[in-house]
Design a binder for this molecule. Sequence first.
Ligand SMILES: *Cc1c(COP(=O)(O)O)cnc(C)c1O
Length: 569
Amino acid sequence: MLDYIANAYFSMEIALQSNIPTYSGGLGVLAGDTLKSMADQEIPTIGVSLIYHKGYFKQTIDSTGKQKEAPVKWDPKKFFTQIPNKVTVTIEGVEVTVGAWMYLLQGVTGHVVPVVFLDTNLPENKGFYKTLTDSLYGGDSRYRLAQEIVLGIGGVKMLESIGCTKATGLSTYHMNEGHAALLTLALLQRAHWGSSISISEDDHIDLEDACVFTTHTPVPAGHDVFPKALVTKVLGKEFSSFLEKHGIMEKSGLNMTKLAIHFSGFINGVAKRHAEVSRKMFPNVDICAITNGVHVPTWTCPSIAKLFDKYIPDWKLDNNYLRYACELPLKELKKAHEAAKAELIKVVKAKTGKVLSPNVFTIGFARRAATYKRADLLFEDYSKLIKTAATFPIQIVYAGKAHPADEGGKALIKNVIGASKKLANKVKVVYIENYDMDLGRILTSGVDIWLNNPIKPLEASGTSGMKAALNGVPNLSTLDGWWVEGCVEGVTGWEIEDREDGMSSTKQDLKKERSKTAEVLYSKLENTILPLYYKQNDSYCKIMRNSISLNASYFNTQRMVGQYSYLAY
Ligand SMILES: *Cc1c(COP(=O)(O)O)cnc(C)c1O
């Protein structure tokens, strides 16, 4: 299994399956899907992340719309094997022991990609240091920086301990987002084992050869920056002065994205638009684009999978064949979608007690409740929505967690719950608690349209829309992230025309623009999408089919890991 591994893929979160709570959202899902496709394609890779004994959190929402968070209870032994290897890292001058759990990810042909989950909850550690692998995105910046030491430095050492080194063929360290950037320092330190950290021109070339960095964040505020005093205290004086001497530590502190960029020979954004935005944010840095995808076997619902099995037999082995979906019989596609919708309705009833209708046009919206995603845009004008729904019935399904510290995100959930009460019998709105991967698949396959309306250009890629497309569900979205590339108006779905104002606008501008965008959204629904669905359903179904043949055949992680292999590794 560990005979030959050429690439190590580091990520703060990795989502392997719904009930392993080591993920919060898109970043983790992408990491898991990437590793699954690497296994499918037999790309010799190992994944590295942290085990989170309390998960991200379990979400409940009370009747007023208030989100409550509780730790997830789970037992890693059910899914992983604890390995005996242990390494140490220094945090705040304290030697912290890092252990590991192993998960073996098997691809379609049987090839195995191991995934290592690091753990500090060991008898050797005390207090704060013992808790470092408890919560994903919990705690303060001291906690986060300490976690990043475990991931980056502990990860490199653990790989060495299990026999994955340059000597055995490990040549690429892929940092999925800046959280893993400290691995660069571990590699440097190892090159000069025993003496103080330094760097020569040759070292720099070696590092650039080895390091690949994928950035995911289109706004400056989204990048981790740790104050210098904190870095000196937590990471130690030696690393801190090294970073300062080489201009990586700035007045504002240590920017993990800049650290990763500094030592990486290949840097990419996660969609074409995102790469453009990133190049503006980091001028003089060569940032290319490898657009995200989703792992096709994971996200295809059972009824659609059965249809693919019948007409596109090798679809799992080679996702390119999904282009032949253009010839799927419309009647059978409709039937498969009806089954997916029935499953969604069943789950909604079980989880909320509310009964949706199979004959009503169903809008789906599920994503992290972050303010820029504007979950409540659809409720900008109640009377307009009610009027439209009187002619063409609509029901809406929501899900999504807000980060525990994100008051704006929590307010969004409240607004949606408020709207569901206000609209009561006129437009049925349900909010399903505790969005996870299983719900993600059920929602993206069971609704009739997948709605996304982020403020441009704040959505780096987005992947839930790709899951929808794969299941024959058209997208309706502002032209941001992957949809810039995936939207063929009236063919694969629809655009919500919107100004690009995520970066510079004033609050008043944003408000005005918001109502304009909402108007565009209503008009698109009322004049284009709903009449098509209710009066020319075959034409609607052709758009469903195009979603698969044009978009699922491209926006998958099989195509994506191929690009990483030949461009980056
Ligand atoms: C796919 C998925 C995401 C990411 O979707 P976005 O479109 O990027 O918001 C987040 N959470 C879960 C549970 C998912 O399945």
